[in-house]
Design a protein around this ligand. Structure first.
Ligand SMILES: Cc1ncc(COP(=O)(O)O)c(C=O)c1O
Length: 386
């Protein structure tokens, strides 16, 4: 059975969890904040810091205003500055590159692996060798982005980075809840930044993010930078440059509620992905998840040579979808001056990838229909090619 469902199919679903958890729980938590009056970094965000650190199996978590803040705060804690090279894949959301650039560092764009869509460690090594040979920049950090929720090849990336005296910041903005060889996102790299933007696997009802780290020293630096570089001893002495990066208590309260259904939501995202994996035609390329890893499936992304035609066909049939990302960061206007390495895989991916509906709340009726329409498209194309 693959009739069109008579309810809309969602690409993202930020609202259903509210009904499952119960709106009354949110309202009660909000009322509590109105009563205690600590609107920024109140008791809710402190409780959340502890719960998230425990969830990730890491020593420290500091919640903050967004995923972009989290990336920037982590790099500030490492004192990233002009003259530093920060390596990252170009096939990502612009914020991964924006954070080092805001601090005056030089982004060095690295190509992606055609199967995982994540940073290709071989090209990372090549990019490092090129920067070393040129001798103008200080090798500082690697930002490893877990694109669409799927963990990077951390063993390889961390080894290359550490061998070259660099730290690895995991951009886990799409992958909170993912697992890399038994370790949860948050405790894999030297530091991790995540986002709780509403469409993310763990989403709040506005902007939010968090930085995870292993040492008290780094966590104290992140916390200081989160409030303008404030000294821990004298709140009127700002001892380094920082920013306003606090999380508000309302988002903390939302996330405490959302955490209660998070594991079930991750299982349901995996259920949806497994139907796509098993039932979509081989006409479509599917993102490879590394052995021993679990994606958080922020998005389920295929690749297809006729991407734009497929996208139009799905939209005509009432199936929402999105091309994430149609332009690698290095080709975007504000980043053009760092567009100085060949990135053929990124370029190709940007022309062929398509993300399908992915929410924990898609039911069999939705999935039967999406899969049938995708396979109809594939059959027509394969017929023509034969
Ligand atoms: C890979 C990646 N990095 C960073 C960010 C930035 O997160 P935020 O929107 O919370 O600032 C996002 C958000 O879409 C992202 O997908």
């Amino acid at each position: 059975m693959s009739d069109k469902p008579n309810k809309p199919i969602m690409l993202f679903d930020c609202k259903t969890a509210q009904n499952i958890i119960g709106q009354d729980k949110f309202l009660k938590a909000f009322e509590n904040i109105l009563n205690h009056g600590a609107y920024c970094q109140g008791p809710e965000t402190k409780e959340l810091d502890e719960k998230l650190a425990k969830y990730s199996g890491v020593e420290y978590c500091s919640t903050c205003g967004s995923g972009t803040d989290a990336l920037t705060l982590a790099l500030m804690a490492w004192d990233v500055k002009p003259g530093d090279a920060v390596f990252l894949s170009s096939f990502t959301f612009v914020a991964s590159a924006e954070a080092p650039v805001l601090l005056g560092a030089t982004p060095v764009f690295v190509d992606s692996d055609p199967n995982t869509y994540n940073m290709d460690p071989k090209d990372l090594q090549r990019a490092i060798d090129e920067v070393k040979k040129e001798g103008k920049l200080n090798l500082k950090a690697v930002i490893a982005v877990d694109i669409f929720g799927s963990p990077c090849d951390y063993d390889a990336i961390i080894k290359i980075a550490h061998d070259n005296g660099m730290k690895v910041l995991s951009d886990s903005c799409q992958s909170y809840g993912s697992v890399y060889k038994g370790k949860k996102a948050g405790c894999i790299a030297d530091m991790t930044a995540t986002s709780f933007y509403p469409t993310k696997p763990l989403g709040c009802y506005g902007d939010g993010g968090a930085v995870f780290c292993h040492t008290n020293e780094e966590n104290e630096l992140v916390k200081s930078c989160r409030v303008h570089g404030m000294s821990a001893e004298d709140h009127y002495d700002n001892v380094r440059l920082g920013m306003t990066g606090r999380m508000n208590s309302f988002q903390g309260a939302v996330l405490l509620q959302k955490l209660t259904v998070f594991d079930q939501e991750l299982k349901d995202r995996a259920r949806v992905a497994s139907r796509y994996d098993n039932e979509l035609s081989n006409y479509f390329g599917k993102q490879k998840i590394l052995d021993g890893c679990e994606s958080a499936y922020a998005l389920y992304t295929i690749n297809c040579a006729d991407r734009d035609e497929l996208m139009a066909y799905l939209k005509e049939n009432g199936i929402p979808c999105g091309a994430y990302y149609p332009r690698p960061v290095n080709t975007q206007t504000a980043y053009a001056k760092w567009n100085n390495r060949p990135l053929p895989v990124c370029e190709k991916l940007s022309k062929t990838v398509l993300s399908l509906p992915m929410t924990p709340y898609l039911d069999d009726e939705d999935l039967n229909y999406v899969i049938a329409k995708m396979n109809e498209f594939a059959a027509r194309k394969s017929c023509k090619a034969a």
